[in-house]
Write a protein that binds this ligand. Structure first.
Ligand code: DO4
Ligand code: MG
Length: 301
């Protein structure tokens, strides 16, 4: 069972994509309200939605053909880093001085008890499917990071899973790790969606194929695949550290780190189309534009 949002005219609707592939418009307008309403009845969110589908408006077109938006306004998006061997290798490569890859703090954090967690985005900087993601004008080495996203409630319980893109500047982070916030956070540097698959309907989040494809002028220039089975940490371990002495807000998204990095010579360019697919969770597609061209591009579309 998937929950998503779509725009129709001036309205934004919450909807469910049921097991039979049919989408239904829901009475409730946001995911976290739905989750708490379900809890009041003692049902799981999926059962709560299922038992009300007959009274819900059936949407007679496929969900993917609707004007889909981010599935929720996540008040904060956090991200975990160096949770896969592939990410560890890529970070070591970008931090290498004079091409010499040595042991770094990335190796240490990969094995440490405490994971790397960082603030990735706020609601205003996070976009949904089909929206533009932005490139920084002061970076010459930018990549998308395909990540499984956990949607959390205010107690830190995993309510569902979504697809996330942790846009990153490899040159800025490689220059100095203290530049991490600038390598990670800027206008539209994070995308999530299009669906939240309710946690109770996912059998094994450690067995999901992840793919990242990038198209330039219609040609596929990146095609990478991996699997969440390669994750070094447990999901509840990441959530545990996020919650420690912290306030977690309803609808917070925690990205769980990337297992896919494009080849080292690759950088994103304006106009590139990024597709991130997580098996059983969804496909998130966005086009990249330079932040200083955004207004122009928005006016053209
Ligand atoms: O250490 C910097 C960021 C790592 C990251 O974003 C990832 O591993 O996904
Ligand atoms: Mg990342």
């Amino acid at each position: 069972m998937y929950i998503f949002r779509y725009r129709e005219g001036m309205n934004l609707y919450l909807a469910a994509l049921a097991e039979d592939g049919v989408a239904y418009r829901l009475e409730t307008h946001d995911l976290m309200t739905l989750v708490w309403l379900a809890r009041e009845t003692g049902e799981t969110t999926a059962d709560f939605v299922r038992s009300r589908l007959r009274e819900s408006l059936r949407i007679d077109v496929p969900a993917h053909s609707l004007d889909l938006t981010a599935p929720l306004d996540a008040p904060e998006v956090w991200a975990a880093g160096v949770t896969y061997q592939r990410s560890r290798e890529a970070r070591n490569f970008e931090a290498a001085e004079d091409g010499k890859v040595t042991e770094t703090f990335y190796d240490k954090v990969y094995d440490a008890e405490r994971p790397e967690l960082f603030m990735k985005s706020t609601a205003a900087r996070t976009v949904g499917p089909g929206d533009f993601v932005c490139l920084r004008s002061d970076s010459a080495w930018q990549v998308p990071e395909a990540e499984l996203g956990l949607v959390l409630d205010r107690m830190g319980a995993i309510v569902g899973y979504t697809v996330g893109n942790d846009m990153s500047c490899r040159d800025i982070e490689g220059q100095n790790p203290l530049y991490l916030p600038q390598a990670k956070i800027w206008r539209r540097s994070c995308a999530i969606g299009p669906y939240v698959r309710l946690a109770e309907t996912v059998t094994d989040p450690y067995a999901l194929g992840i793919a990242c494809r990038i198209y330039r002028g219609g040609l596929k220039v990146v095609d990478e695949k991996a699997n969440t089975s390669q994750l070094k940490r447990r999901l509840d371990e990441l959530v545990h550290f996020l919650k420690r002495d912290n306030e977690v807000f309803d609808g917070t998204v925690l990205l769980t780190g990337t297992c896919l990095v494009p080849p080292n010579q690759f950088t994103l360019l304006s106009g590139d189309r990024i597709e991130i697919e997580i098996e059983g969770i969804g496909t998130l597609a966005n086009t990249a534009v330079y932040a200083d061209e955004l207004e122009h591009e928005l006016a053209r579309n």
